[in-house]
Design a binder for this molecule. Sequence first.
Ligand code: SF4
Length: 170
Amino acid sequence: MIEQFVPSEVCLKCIGCCRFSEANSVWLPCLLDEEIQDLLDKKIPPVSISIDKKIQPIPNPRLVESAFICAFLDASANKCAIYDFRPLECQLYPFLIAIRDKKVLLTVDLNCPYIKDKMSSREFEEYVRYLTDFLNAPARIRLLRDNPHIIQAYKDALDVVELKMPDETK
Ligand code: SF4
């Protein structure tokens, strides 16, 4: 599991994550092949995973927040039902792995209010260093090379640092 930047008590009070305005939102967590297998082994209904390897959202019972929510969000408790084995993309958020101009980048979603406040802090700098080292490790580069579908073009995310290209360890 990746160390988290945003403290869980902050996350639990926020109603930003895990909610989506569209059923095919680019922000839907994309799953590694091994995560799909793991979820299926844990008897997660296959219908919870879309054909393009993303979590399939469901209509939000609390429509005021957003039209859709992740199929694994317990909306009444505002908790992830698969938190202990949630996907890599969910562990990374509000950081994202993005592709822009043929470069693989660590980016950050400034819609997260906590990160917006901490952008110029030393804590942020240290965490970025930790995450960059984590993602540039050979095992992660191989993971990205085998799962290129999780590197997406997030238009509104802010570039933080360039990562090694997944084919650099071939
Ligand atoms: S899997 Fe969990 S953390 Fe990821 S979007 Fe769904 S509810 Fe949120």
